[in-house]
Design a protein around this ligand. Structure first.
Ligand code: AMP
Length: 579
């Protein structure tokens, strides 16, 4: 059975998880399984991902990319050293790193994944996520909403009917959703949020305050110094995290600048109360969304059975306090809020593999999709009246069709605009596609054009226009500026990104030569390290080491990777004492 991993492609951090012995587990490589969603180019021009990239962000902001998820779905080119990349290409590097991680831990090749996105992600953003997977060499079998994944992580085994509110505040996005779980079926009742609100904004507020302090009190012009600002941002995030458990955070940054040839150091104490006041408006906005989600689901707060916290930023104590005040009960965070979504994605991956057929997943569209036509608005004629086709919160997959009419005799063509949003005037909604449909010559006024909208489980929208009289159809092409790749662009990008990644893969391959088939590279490296230390061991230790090494190789040959890793821990203990 081909493995399908679950991936949480987060703004700040990303994780990959898989079902092992019936349980979802985040795949870890001697770390906590959390890969910072950072991509960079190192001093030698090689692509680096994760902690390594994050560590260079302060000193090399011009060749490091953070929070790329915020740009998904746009055409904005991101400059990294000498090359420009689209957001999905940068994301593909993160996915490649997660794919490699999964292959190392599981000892098999991975080509399929379930990837999560915020429920509030637009169609273009979902497209871009799928493209990122494709560029990374992953077949994205399903895109699911992050809150849905979180609910699965908590409740996939429960048989009770429950209404769950998922409050998800990560690094760059905020989602609140209400789901109903009934006999293993997950149904999203409502979903709303803000895809530009998260922990990054809180860091930014502290950083701005620190920059102001540097300029005013220390008389240092830091705002135009990208390296210094990157340092302040890092310091700001650390202070914020400290304030989740302590009432004060001390911010100390030595050598932050020079004045009259003298080194200037930054020392600032921030109190939790001051920080809470800084972000109060942001948190109130999240509660407005909570109210909207309740309203959309037609529920009173008392009808919510459980509140789940997801995303690193929900560790701010103020959030639990606010939710407790509103709902009269404490929110749940027993499953690590950073890992919860990846675990749910793995559960869905397992279901796609057929491991659990007892429950199905229902999803909804967070947006209304529609078109623009001549109509009436507030009693006056309107050339751009928004005509909803698939309404917000409709269960997916959804297909809707409607008839439209030509305006005059001999009309040569119609222009079909596809918009996403809630505003009655299409101009105020987001245009996600524009198609031109040439009509049969000499058609009379009032000829019928049937428009079909087909929204699949991943939130991907397909449009079809049919001229009723002739049965002719159009294969629509999106003409707007959204970043859907053409096939050619996709294959070029795939080649370019894998070539850049290839240099790294080759280097790693060189390191791992000479090991038995199926041996994960990290274990292979560990065994080589043990081998090199055999000479310095006492004869008793040496015997034990040799036995353990043999047992590890045997376990790998038999496909018992867990066992091999347990044995490695014993071996590591001996190596530790050998120094
Ligand atoms: P996520 O996007 O879910 O990975 O969340 C990452 C965000 O959570 C970042 O903005 C982190 O700074 C923030 N974060 C992580 N730990 C804490 C904490 N203990 N208190 C406040 N924010 C945190």
């Amino acid at each position: 059975m081909e493995p399908i991993v679950g991936i949480d492609l987060g703004t700040t951090n990303s994780e990959v998880a898989f079902i092992i012995d019936g349980n979802a587990e985040v795949l870890k490589l001697k770390d906590d399984g959390i890969l910072p969603s950072c991509v960079g180019v190192d001093d030698d021009g090689k692509i680096i991902v994760g902690e390594e990239a994050r560590n260079q962000a302060a000193v090399a902001p011009d060749r490091t990319v953070l929070s790329v998820k915020r740009l998904m779905g746009t055409d904005q080119k991101i400059q990294m050293k000498d090359s420009g990349y689209l957001p999905q290409e940068i994301s593909a590097f993160i996915l490649k790193a997660l794919k490699e991680r999964a292959e190392k831990v599981l000892g098999k090749s991975i080509s399929k994944a379930v990837i999560t996105v915020p429920a509030y992600f637009t169609d273009a953003q979902r497209h871009a996520t799928r493209e990122a997977g494709e560029i990374a060499g992953l077949d994205v079998v399903r895109i699911i909403n992050e809150p849905t994944a979180a609910a699965l992580a908590y409740e996939s085994a429960s048989s009770e009917t429950q209404r769950i509110l998922i409050y998800d505040l990560g690094g760059g996005t905020f989602d609140v959703s209400i789901v109903k779980i009934e006999e293993g079926v997950v149904e999203v009742l409502s979903s709303t949020g803000d895809n530009h609100l998260g922990g990054d904004d809180f860091d930014q507020k502290i950083m701005d305050m620190l920059a102001e302090h540097c300029e005013r009190e220390l008389k240092l012009a830091v705002k135009k110094q990208p390296v210094t600002m990157a340092r302040l941002k890092r310091a700001a995030e650390n202070a914020k995290i400290t304030l989740s458990s302590e009432p004060y955070a001390k911010i100390e940054e030595d050598h932050i600048g020079k004045k009259a040839w003298k080194d200037i150091h930054l020392s600032y104490e921030l109190s939790r109360l001051d920080f809470e006041a800084m972000i109060e408006d942001d948190l109130e906005r999240t509660m407005d969304s909570v109210n909207k989600a309740l309203k959309d689901a037609s529920l009173l707060p008392s009808a919510v059975d459980k509140i789940i916290l997801v995303g690193g930023s929900t560790r701010l104590p103020q959030i639990s306090k606010m939710l407790e005040e509103k709902f009269g009960r404490l929110p749940h965070s027993e499953i690590d809020p950073d890992l919860c979504v990846a675990l749910g994605a793995a559960i869905q991956g397992g279901r796609e593999m057929g491991l659990d057929s007892s429950s199905v997943l229902l999803d909804i569209t967070p947006y209304t999709f529609g078109t623009s036509a001549i109509g009436e608005l507030d009693g006056a004629p309107c050339m751009t009246r928004f005509v909803p086709m698939i309404r917000r919160n409709t269960k997916l997959p959804a297909a809707k069709s409607d008839a439209f009419y030509t305006l005059y005799d001999n009309q040569e063509a119609v222009e079909i605009k596809v918009c996403q949003g809630e505003n009655p005037n299409a101009l105020d909604n987001i245009q996600i596609g524009k198609y031109k449909f040439k009509l049969t010559p000499r058609s009379p006024e009032g000829s019928v054009i049937i428009l079909n909208f087909d929204l699949d489980l991943n939130g991907i929208l397909k449009i079809e226009a049919i001229e009723k009289s002739s049965g002719r159809k159009i294969n629509a092409v999106i003409e707007n500026a959204f970043s859907t790749f053409t096939e050619e662009e996709m294959s070029d990008s795939k080649k370019r990104i894998s070539e850049m990644w290839g240099e790294k893969a080759e280097a790693e391959e060189e390191e791992s030569v000479g090991e038995a088939d199926g041996m994960p590279p990290d274990l292979a490296e560990a065994l080589r390290k043990a081998e090199s230390q055999l000479d310095s061991a006492s004869s008793e230790d040496r015997d034990e080491m040799v036995n353990l090494m043999e047992d590890i190789r045997d376990a790998v040959k038999e496909g018992k990777l867990e066992e091999a890793r347990e044995l490695w821990k014993d071996l590591e203990e001996i190596l530790f004492y050998l120094g």
